[in-house]
Write a protein that binds this ligand. Structure first.
Ligand code: HEC
Length: 272
């Protein structure tokens, strides 16, 4: 630092110290006032605009897109920037290394930049770094908000399923109806129910004399086998497999039951 600059600085400092207000109680008092105002605003908004409770959690969903709150979008988006490396590195890079590097830089700033000058107009470098960080966070937040989110399920490909066919429709229904949260197919899915990769080869047959909840053309008892068995099992698992712990799926249309059954019945035989 230049001599004259140093002297000017010390003069200013002594002057400010003489005229200024003491930290205690003056600054503390002001902090308290602001803190109380901020809390009052938060409490006021909470009372004035009550936040409702969302719909109950549906645990069997397989199409849920996990997304953070908007103010974490920049971290969320950073994960995507570092993806396609190995499984652990993106998480460590985006949530640990990069943020901590930036924090470290912030802590180091007073040691790197030791000039007395504190006016922002005289510190173009510090100013541009700050602007860059804010613009970067803003841009990442925007990208995280608008960027596409990969939808889970449906990503498994089968030989033998042609786009637009009944089996393809069945596969989509399977992927979007929560089946994958309990059932594994070709190595992806849950483990609550049996693995369905080869379920079409099992030759399932059941005898059920009652009527099924949703009428599907060509599907009737008392003996159900082949695709008909899968319709019966989906509509009413306990009718096909007494004591089944699988929830009944009673809300599909007749056509959807049929498409799903076509898909399931071919698993391991036609669709691999
Ligand atoms: C909450 C977990 C759960 C969900 C969701 C679920 N299942 Fe199941 N599923 C099971 C369990 C447990 C069994 C074993 C009992 C049985 O065979 O009924 C089973 C059995 C099956 C079977 C018979 C397999 C065999 O080897 O006998 C088929 C086929 C089947 N599920 C298809 C489906 C389809 C299609 C869906 C989505 C529409 C689905 N499951 C959703 C739990 C689930």
């Amino acid at each position: 630092m230049k001599r004259a600059e140093q002297e000017a600085y010390e003069r200013d400092y002594a002057q400010a110290k003489k005229e200024g207000k003491p930290f205690f109680p003056y600054a503390i008092y002001k902090d308290h006032i602001v803190a109380i105002l901020v809390f009052a605003a938060i409490i006021g908004m909470a009372i004035w605009q009550r936040v409702g409770v969302g719909p109950p959690v549906y645990t069997a969903t397989s199409t849920f897109e996990p997304r953070p709150e908007w103010y974490f979008f920049f971290l969320f988006q950073m994960l995507k920037i570092f993806k396609n490396q190995n499984a652990l590195l993106p998480v460590i890079m985006a949530t640990f290394i990069v943020p901590n590097l930036l924090m470290g830089l912030l802590i180091a700033t007073p040691f790197i930049d030791q000039r007395a000058e504190r006016r922002i107009s005289k510190r173009p470098f510090a100013l541009s770094v700050a602007v860059l960080v804010f613009v970067g966070i803003g841009w990442l937040t925007y990208q995280g908000e608008t960027g596409a989110v990969p939808v889970s399920g449906g990503a498994i490909t089968f030989t033998g399923i042609t786009p637009g066919s009944a089996a393809a429709a069945g596969q989509t229904i399977f992927a979007n109806s929560g089946c994958t949260s309990c059932h594994m197919i070709k190595g992806s899915g849950g483990q609550v129910g049996p693995n369905l990769t080869n379920v079409g080869t099992l030759g399932k047959t059941s005898t059920y004399a009652g009527t099924i909840p949703v009428k599907v053309p060509g599907v009737k008892g008392p003996v159900y086998s082949g695709e008909n068995w899968f319709v019966l099992h989906t509509e009413c698992p306990t009718c096909a497999t007494p004591g089944s712990a699988m929830p009944a799926f009673a809300n599909f249309t007749a056509k959807e039951y049929q498409q799903l059954a076509t898909f399931l019945n071919g698993l391991g035989t036609t669709y691999k």
